[in-house]
Design a protein around this ligand. Structure first.
Ligand code: NAD
Length: 452
């Protein structure tokens, strides 16, 4: 049995039995058996079932949110957004089954048409940092496309996924169409990669494990979507509204205690504005409310586990260039204060590696070219922000930065109706947005001879 621990109190809140390799294989076979009938549910009916699933999730949003606060230490405000995000994503992709169009292509001697065929059983592997949304971004479009799903939550955060599986049944999604299999990556996740009846893997997690999954999947030419790490830049030009940029900067990196693949964990500030920005930023960091995540006022909770706390702390040794820090509770829980490192050189470990905690590095730059070069001086390319009043510059720099999801004068990354994913080692493929079903379908071309 696996103890599930509340990271804000260190109390055991549940025990979960991990799924064995044999049980995983059985679930995959059942998902494969359930596939022919699920794919042949009429489009309008599949849409109705997904809409009902969305409604049931929304009806249980508060319960799901409370569960996530207890399991992952997310602030209650964030957790409510996350539960509703699952409902929204389901509602959005409920519009997809009737719009899963093929094409008719002019050819001589007959008619040529394409079909978008569901790929089969999809294995979804979820990390611990956003257990609900990341599960939903995978299963909603997969189910809409007519695939069946086996889903493995992260070892330390299985509770909301297990509950979503129950709610799917309550909404009328047939048995074995969406199966939740809590357990180890090296057991359940590994079987998803190895089992030939799993035709596609959607993996969100570290780049290291993502590389292993891609290598394993290659043996069967198994399709993969990978959403991996990040080291995103928040680029602040001197012509920006510095008050706004500085006030928003803590929330671009410390949200979810920095355990966010889109965290803007490098702040690049134009040299002439550095002193003023740091003054304003210090006041903004001091104002971040790091406290009991059940409180409505809480803006940041604890880190997920003791071992993750040690990893994050390893990036702030005694001789680290700490410019200033925020505050956090003492006592039980894996609390780490918002921490600002400056100056940090591009070769430094904290500039290059994903910390996945509330630690941000500040570096200065001279001009647009240097800003783009520094932003791109990383293996990752997931997200980023640009602060400037010059829209031409905002667009030029957006085109120059090699990342998948950028925002100008804001830190927004994710809207379920726009595409999301990374360049370089941040991933492969895109989730969300209007084209997400492409990742769960194969294009089939059929020619019909009309001549003889
Ligand atoms: P992780 O790679 O350790 O684990 C992710 C999942 O993979 C877990 O469910 C784990 O059990 C499973 N797993 C581990 N080893 C496996 C194996 N050999 N085979 C199959 N599955 C295996 O990552 P994590 O620590 O849970 O999550 C943090 C990482 O996820 C960070 O790097 C973060 O940037 C990344 N992330 C990326 C995105 C994105 O959309 N790009 C979103 C969230 C998190």
């Amino acid at each position: 049995m696996h103890d599930v621990i509340n990271p804000a109190t260190e109390e055991v809140i549940a025990t979960v039995r991990p799924t064995s390799a044999e049980e995983t294989d059985e679930a995959i076979v059942r998902a494969h058996e359930a596939w022919p009938s699920w794919r042949s549910v009429a489009p309008g009916e599949r849409a109705t079932l997904l809409r009902r699933f969305s409604d049931v999730v929304r009806d249980h949003a508060e319960e799901l949110a409370q569960l996530e606060v207890a399991n992952a230490g997310h602030t209650i405000g964030n957790a409510r957004w996350e539960a509703n995000n699952v409902a929204n994503v389901l509602a959005y992709y409920a519009g997809a089954p009737e719009r899963l169009f093929g094409r008719q292509i002019p050819v001589p001697g007959g008619i040529d048409m394409t079909f978008q065929e569901p790929i089969g059983v999809v294995g979804i592997i979820v990390p611990w940092n956003f257990p609900m949304p990341i599960a939903g971004w995978g299963f909603a479009p997969a189910l809409a496309a007519g695939c069946t799903v086996v889903l493995k939550p992260a070892e330390v955060t299985p509770l909301t996924a297990i509950r979503l599986g129950e709610l799917a049944l309550e909404a009328g999604i047939p048995e074995h169409v969406l199966s939740i299999l809590p357990g180890k990556g090296s057991v359940v996740g590994q079987r998803f990669v190895e089992h030939p009846l799993v035709r596609k893997i959607v993996f969100t997690g570290s780049t290291e494990v993502g590389e292993q999954i891609m290598a394993g999947a290659a043996r069967q030419v198994k399709r993969v979507t990978l959403e991996l790490g990040g080291k995103s830049a928040n680029i602040v030009f001197a012509d920006a509204d510095l008050e706004k940029a500085a006030a928003a900067a803590p929330y671009g990196v410390f949200d979810n205690a920095g355990q966010d693949c889109c965290a803007r964990s490098r702040i690049l500030v134009q040299r002439s504005a550095l002193d003023r920005f740091m003054e304003l930023f210090e006041a903004a960091v001091a104002g971040v409310r790091v406290e009991d995540p059940t409180l409505e006022t809480s803006e940041m909770g604890p880190l997920i586990t003791r071992s993750h706390f040690e990893t994050v702390a390893g990036f702030v040794p005694d001789d680290a260039p700490v410019a200033f820090r925020g505050t956090c509770p003492t006592g039980p829980g894996y609390w780490f204060p918002p921490t600002v490192l400056s100056p940090v050189a591009p070769g430094d470990r904290s500039f290059r590696e994903e910390i996945f905690g509330p630690v941000v590095s500040v570096t200065s730059f001279e001009d647009e070219d240097e800003a783009i070069r520094l932003a791109n001086a990383t293996d990752f390319g997931l997200s980023g922000s640009i602060w400037t009043r010059d829209i031409g510059r905002g667009l030029r720099v957006s085109r120059g930065v090699e990342t998948g999801t950028l925002s100008v004068n804001s830190h927004s990354s994710v809207r379920y109706w726009t595409p999301f994913g990374g360049f370089k080692k941040s991933g492969l493929g895109r989730e969300l947005g209007p084209d997400a079903l492409d990742a769960f379908t194969e294009t089939k071309n059929v020619f019909i001879n009309t001549e003889d």
